[in-house]
Design a binder for this molecule. Structure first.
Ligand SMILES: NC(=O)c1ccc[n+]([C@@H]2O[C@H](COP(=O)([O-])OP(=O)(O)OC[C@H]3O[C@@H](n4cnc5c(N)ncnc54)[C@H](OP(=O)(O)O)[C@@H]3O)[C@@H](O)[C@H]2O)c1
Length: 269
């Protein structure tokens, strides 16, 4: 009997020791939902944040079928919401924090001759300030974990070295260049806590955002099933996310703050 109790205790302790936690922003669709799916399949506890969980049928269905997934409401521009969520999980180690939520922004409102300041502020708020602030808020949780990694999903649209023509969506491109600097600096700030930071280009991936990037409006991108990806040979979300997870898993402190393709190759700033 004593032997059985010892064995069960050891198994429970082993399970506790190996349970890892990931927090993902913008997890209701696209790349975010695929991060949720793959980390859950790996047996991780997943904190899946979304700004409108009540509307997220796919995420809700997945979480209902998978008890490792906890949905939390978070608009990444809601500062009180960020603080409240960080407090709610105070004392919970978060192995990996993925700043995935992002927006493209209406093209006509970021076109030369019609530059709209409100949209600029909104894009910068979602794509730059939010990942910076969320990384600040959750750095203690990540530092308390075993894995200690933070990622942001950036884009080659933000690569200044690669630009050859004026960007089709300048606010988006500006925001991704800015978030690269934000997270490069973050990598330096959190280095002493042993946290490694990845700045990712996920590839051109078949999501609503890519449809916006090839010229569809937000409404068209949501419903379109037949569209021209022009120069892109898009990856599936499965391909992009499985490779990003592997790259993140292998990320060393020496690579912290680097701008990386989903497959681990370095991208010019
Ligand atoms: N797909 C690509 O080819 C590609 C290439 C380079 C970079 N990226 C980056 O990859 C990330 C994910 O994009 P995706 O391709 O999966 O596009 P997506 O399908 O358009 O998903 C964008 C996600 O961000 C969320 N989001 C937007 N604003 C938010 C806010 N204020 N608060 C919380 N969540 C918010 C959206 O939530 P709602 O449903 O509530 O709007 C959605 O979950 C983005 O950062 C994007 O810039 C994508």
């Amino acid at each position: 009997m004593l032997r059985l109790i010892t064995l069960v205790t050891a198994m429970l302790l082993a399970q506790t020791a190996t349970a890892k936690t990931v927090l993902i922003t913008g997890s209701n669709r696209g790349l975010g939902l695929e991060f949720v799916t793959q980390y859950a399949a790996m047996g991780w506890d997943v904190i899946a944040t979304s700004r409108s969980p009540e509307d997220d049928q796919d995420l809700q269905a997945f979480a209902t079928a998978n008890k490792k997934v906890t949905i939390e409401k978070l608009d990444v521009t809601d500062l009180d919401g960020i603080t409240a969520l960080a407090e709610k999980y105070s004392g919970t180690p978060i192995d990996v924090l993925i700043n995935n939520a992002g927006m493209f922004g209406d093209r006509p409102r970021q076109t030369w001759g019609a530059l709209d300041r409100d949209l600029f502020r909104q894009v910068m708020d979602v794509n730059v300030f939010a990942p910076l602030k969320i990384s600040e808020a959750f750095a203690p949780h990540v530092a308390a974990s075993e894995t200690k990694k933070i990622a942001v999903i950036s884009s080659t649209a933000g690569s200044i070295a690669s630009i050859r023509n004026p960007p089709g969506a300048p606010y988006y491109a500006i925001s991704k260049a800015a978030v690269n600097m934000a997270m490069r600096g973050t990598a330096m700030l959190v280095k002493k806590q042993g946290i490694a930071v990845a700045i990712f280009m996920p590839g051109a991936v078949d999501t609503r955002m890519l449809r916006e990037a090839v010229g569809l409006t937000q409404e068209e991108a949501e419903t379109a099933t037949d569209y021209d990806y022009k120069q892109f040979q898009p990856l599936t979300t499965e391909e992009s996310i499985s490779q990003m997870i592997s790259t993140l898993d292998a990320l060393s402190m020496n690579q912290s703050g680097d701008f990386l393709n989903y497959d681990g190759r370095t991208i010019p700033w």
